[in-house]
Design a protein around this ligand. Structure first.
Ligand SMILES: Cc1cc2nc3c(=O)[nH]c(=O)nc-3n(C[C@H](O)[C@H](O)[C@H](O)COP(=O)(O)OP(=O)(O)OC[C@H]3O[C@@H](n4cnc5c(N)ncnc54)[C@H](O)[C@@H]3O)c2cc1C
Length: 383
């Protein structure tokens, strides 16, 4: 029986306060403008690197913060509250690149990449999805063929966050075409700027517009044999295990967005002048706000429970999916309710809730859709 974290201790409270201050001072101020211009948050990320936020999970001997998954949840919630685009860029980098490299990488790959990833010298991207392999990632068809001291990569990756801005990719490719589909996939560390590795135009997205999403094309991309992560043909297991952490990261993104919506909606209602009276609300408005705030707290506790289990290296497949399912669905319900409470300003772009409403939508799609989370949770009861 799992319990989760009722309160944070002093160390985590300090991490949270520092992250809140950084988010308020550095991330939040330009977020609306970056969203409008679809501008990648380069300066913000540089400042985040200087504070150690590129190496949240990375051990101290590689230059990281070693704050664990709970620490990461606490920090990245504050970032999402300020700007979901900055959040996802760093969530992918920390959870989906540093995490699996730490867990499965050889000593030489860790020594080569972790200090760069933790210090801000190298940004990471995660390349699993393909045009015909999204929820069913085991169907991926990008290939890696051994040729002497190299692997040669061919194929197309789709919806890759930070696909041109990153310096290194954790990339999944098929290494055995005869094996059952999940058993013939391997994971590789691929430097981003190699001959044959090109990108399509950035996607024009509904939300998280300041994060970059692109298609990647691999044509005879040659990487050294020791770029393999872990064992050959075990890559799908690594991808799925990594996504347990990533799912908590996106659940946390939903909590950050939702918390900001609650705060902004409460401020709107407090400041609103109606019938000559400031801050006058109806009971229906009070009830809606109470439900929104309660859902945010419940979602946060689910995130903390899953993150704590992950830190304890205990099974957390069900808990990670429950956190993502509940947090992301709640975030979208909260966003819809906020648009009704704030009224026309919330859909005209004149209020921050408009951006938050758009950013909320993606949380139910990536790192496993809502339907996929339901399948995962149900299977843990039925298997
Ligand atoms: C902005 C953005 C950023 C992304 N970043 C990355 C990234 O950095 N790296 C990466 O590898 N991928 C990334 N992705 C890909 C993302 O994880 C996939 O889009 C997601 O897994 C869904 O895959 P799909 O789009 O192919 O949809 P599909 O798998 O085609 O699903 C379409 C619909 O069918 C439903 N569905 C599918 N299978 C089932 C089933 N068995 N039962 C019930 N319903 C089902 C889904 O829930 C969904 O509603 C990103 C996507 C987006 C939009």
């Amino acid at each position: 029986m799992t319990t989760g974290v009722p309160t944070l201790g002093p160390d985590l409270e300090r991490l949270r306060a520092d992250a809140r201050a950084f988010a308020d001072e550095v991330i939040a101020p330009g977020a609306a403008e970056r969203d409008r211009r679809k501008e990648f948050p380069t300066a913000v990320l540089k400042a985040a690197a200087a504070k150690g936020y590129w190496g949240i999970l990375v051990p101290e001997n590689y230059g990281g913060m070693a704050a664990g998954n709970l620490g990461q949840s606490v920090i990245l919630e504050e970032f999402a509250r300020a700007d979901a685009s900055t959040h996802v860029t760093l969530s992918v980098h920390n959870s989906l690149v540093c995490g699996p490299l730490m867990a499965y990488g050889s000593e030489s790959l860790k020594a080569a990449w972790l200090p760069k990833l933790a210090s801000g010298e190298a940004l990471g991207g995660y390349a699993l999805t393909e045009p015909h392999a999204g929820s069913d990632a085991a169907s991926l068809s990008c290939t890696a063929v051994r040729d002497g001291d190299s692997w040669v990569l061919n194929g197309t990756k789709m919806w890759i966050t930070t696909g041109t801005q990153c310096d290194v990719l954790l990339l999944f490719a098929r290494t055995d075409r005869e094996a059952p589909k999940a058993k013939g996939i391997s994971a590789f560390i691929v430097p981003r700027r190699l001959p044959g590795l090109t990108a399509g135009k950035p996607e024009n997205k509904l939300g998280i517009r300041a994060s970059e999403t692109v298609q990647l094309f691999l044509e005879n991309v040659r990487i050294p044999a020791d770029s393999l992560i872990g064992e050959v043909n075990r890559g799908f297991n690594y991808a799925m295990e990594t996504l347990n952490g990533g799912r908590v990261g996106i659940a946390v993104q939903a909590v950050g967005i939702a918390q900001r919506i609650v705060d902004e909606t409460a401020a709107f209602l407090r400041d609103r002048v109606r019938h000559g009276e400031k801050g006058r609300t109806t009971q229906d408005e009070d009830f809606r706000l109470a439900e929104m705030a309660t859902k945010v707290d419940a979602a946060r506790l689910l995130c903390w429970r899953a993150a704590e289990l992950r830190d304890q290296k205990r099974d957390h497949v069900r808990e990670a999916s429950m956190a993502k399912l509940f947090a992301t669905q709640s975030c979208n319900e909260i966003a819809r309710a906020a648009v009704e409470l704030v009224g026309p300003a919330a859909i005209s772009g004149g209020h921050v809730v408009e951006r938050l409403f758009r950013d909320a939508r993606i949380t139910e799609l990536y790192e496993g859709t809502t339907e996929v989370q339901k399948l995962v949770i149900a299977r843990t009861y039925l298997r």
